[in-house]
Design a protein around this ligand. Structure first.
Ligand SMILES: [Zn+2]
Length: 428
C-alpha cells in the first residue's frame, strides 16, 4: 500500500524529526486531535487543518495538512501513515507539513478498536511492509499503555460526531481483570504490572524490618513456623504486631522503621496515617510444585489471613494476659501450652479442643467462664490460627490474588498479596 508517487525518504520516529529538516519522510503516528486553522493570504482566506500527533518516541508533534481532502480522512484516535511529508522548522518548533505529492493512509480506525483489540490483530489487518508493521506495533502498544493520558485530551475537531466519546476530562478507572496463572513460576516471570491469581500453599512467615530479628537467621528466629510451637516465646507478638498505619500498613514503632515510612498516606483521603496496632509487614513464603515465592503481606491483608482478627485485639488480649500473670501466684503458669488450652472453653467450642486436667486449669476455667463471651481471648485464637496456617505441607492450597510490580524489589512489594480465598474446584 505505497503512495501513488512512491516513498521519498525514510520512515522515521518523531524523535528523529529535527535531524531531517527540509527532508521528505514517512511518519506513522497516532492522532490526538485535529483542528481547522484560518490562514490569511493576500488573495483569499484558506483553511488548513492541523493535527496533533504522537508516537512511541515523542508524545506530541504538530502536522499541517494543506489539502482539504486529506483533512476529511483523518479523525482523532486514528493511527495514520503520513507519506512524503516535509519536515520544517518555524522558530524553535519542528513540524511536518504536506506537499503536493503527500498522502495519508488511515491504518487503524476508529479509536475504539485500537483500545479493545490485541496488537497483533490490528497489525495483521494492515497491508504494509515489515518495517511499517514493526513501527505500527510500537505505536499501538504505546497508545494502549498510555491510554489514560491520551483519552483525556480535549478534542476540537470538526468531526465531533465520530469522536464525541473521547472528549472526557476525567480518567475512567477500569477494574483490571487479574490474570489466571497455573503456577508460581508463571507469576514470577510476569514482566508487566498486573494482578495475578494463583493457587499455592503457605510455607513460612518472615517478619520484615524487625530490629530484633535482623541477623537472627542462624537462630532461626526469623522463621515464625519454628517459633509458634515454642511454649516460651514471648516475643512472637512483638515481632508480628507493632504500632503503625492501619490503612497503608507502614510500621512506625522504631527509629529504624520511622526513617523508611512515607510522610503521606496514599490509602487515606486526608493523606494522614491512621495510627494503631497493626500487623507488621511480613513476607509470606508460598510454594507449589514449580517454585517458591516470597509475597509481601501488609496489615489489612494479614487480617484476612488471621480470620479477620485485628492486630489491636490480639495485642490487647496478649497484654492483658501477661499483666494478669504478673499480678499473683494464682495466675502464674509457666507452661504456655497448658494455658492455651484452657482459654477456649471446650464446652462452648464445637472444635472440642482437649482440656488439661490440673486443678490450676479448673480454676482458670471457672474464672474465664464469668467473662465469656466478651472476654474472648483473641491472642490465643490468633496463635492457633498461626499454627494452623504454618502446618507446612498439611494444608490444601489457597487461591491468592497477587499484585505484581516488576519495577520494585521483593521486600518493597514486587509481589504483594491482595486477597486469599479457599479455592473452589469444579467437579467436571
Ligand atoms: Zn498510612
Amino acid at each position: 500500500m505505497a503512495s501513488a508517487f512512491g516513498w521519498f525518504g525514510p520512515l522515521i520516529d518523531l524523535s528523529r524529526a529535527s535531524s531531517h529538516i527540509g527532508d521528505f519522510v514517512q511518519l506513522l503516528v497516532f492522532v490526538h486531535r485535529s483542528f481547522p486553522v484560518q490562514c490569511k493570504s493576500s488573495k483569499r482566506d484558506i483553511t488548513r487543518t492541523d493535527i496533533e500527533v504522537g508516537d512511541d518516541t515523542t508524545p506530541y508533534f504538530l502536522v499541517s495538512l494543506w489539502q482539504k481532502n486529506m483533512a476529511s480522512m483523518v479523525a482523532a484516535g486514528d493511527v495514520v501513515l503520513l507519506q512524503n511529508f516535509k519536515i520544517a522548522k518555524y522558530g524553535d518548533a519542528v513540524e511536518a507539513r504536506t506537499v503536493q505529492w503527500s498522502s495519508l493512509i488511515s491504518l487503524v480506525h476508529p479509536h475504539h478498536s485500537l483500545l479493545s483489540k490485541a496488537v497483533e490483530e490490528l497489525v495483521t489487518g494492515c497491508r504494509v511492509g515489515a518495517t511499517t508493521k514493526d513501527k505500527l506495533r510500537r505505536v499501538i502498544k504505546w497508545v494502549q499503555q498510555s491510554r489514560s493520558t491520551i483519552c483525556n485530551i480535549k478534542l476540537q475537531s470538526n468531526q465531533t460526531q465520530q469522536i464525541e466519546h473521547l472528549a472526557r476530562n476525567w480518567t475512567v478507572l477500569e477494574e483490571e481483570r487479574p490474570r489466571d496463572c497455573f503456577s508460581l513460576i508463571e507469576v514470577s516471570q510476569l514482566t508487566t504490572t498486573c494482578k495475578a491469581v494463583v493457587c499455592a500453599s503457605i510455607g513460612e512467615i518472615v517478619p520484615l524490618h524487625s530490629s530484633r530479628t535482623l541477623g537472627d537467621t542462624k537462630n532461626e528466629k526469623i522463621f515464625i513456623s519454628k517459633r509458634v510451637y515454642r511454649t516460651k516465646d514471648g516475643n512472637l507478638v512483638d515481632d508480628l504486631i507493632c504500632t503503625g498505619c492501619q490503612l497503608c500498613g507502614s510500621p512506625l514503632d522504631s527509629k529504624f522503621e520511622q526513617s523508611a515510612v512515607p510522610l503521606i498516606c496514599w490509602k487515606s483521603s486526608t493523606r494522614l496515617h491512621s495510627i494503631c496496632s497493626i500487623y507488621r509487614p511480613f513476607m509470606l513464603y508460598l510454594w507449589d510444585e514449580s517454585d517458591y515465592m516470597p509475597v509481601l503481606v501488609k496489615n489489612r491483608i494479614a487480617e484476612i489471613l488471621f480470620g479477620n482478627i485485628k492486630a489491636g485485639k490480639v495485642y490487647s488480649a496478649y497484654k492483658e494476659e501477661t499483666h494478669s500473670q504478673n499480678l499473683g501466684p494464682r495466675n502464674e503458669c509457666k507452661d504456655k501450652d497448658t494455658r492455651e488450652r484452657t482459654v477456649i472453653n471446650p464446652r462452648s467450642s464445637s472444635e472440642g479442643l482437649p482440656s488439661a486436667n490440673t486443678s490450676e486449669v479448673d480454676k482458670d476455667l471457672q474464672s474465664e467462664d464469668k467473662h465469656l463471651p466478651d472476654k474472648f481471648n483473641f491472642y490465643r485464637v490468633w496463635v492457633i490460627l498461626l499454627k494452623m496456617l504454618l502446618k507446612q505441607g498439611k494444608n490444601s492450597p489457597l487461591k491468592f490474588e497477587i499484585n505484581v510490580d516488576p519495577s520494585l524489589d521483593i521486600e518493597s512489594g514486587k509481589f504483594e498479596m491482595v486477597s486469599a480465598k479457599m479455592p473452589c474446584f469444579g467437579t467436571k
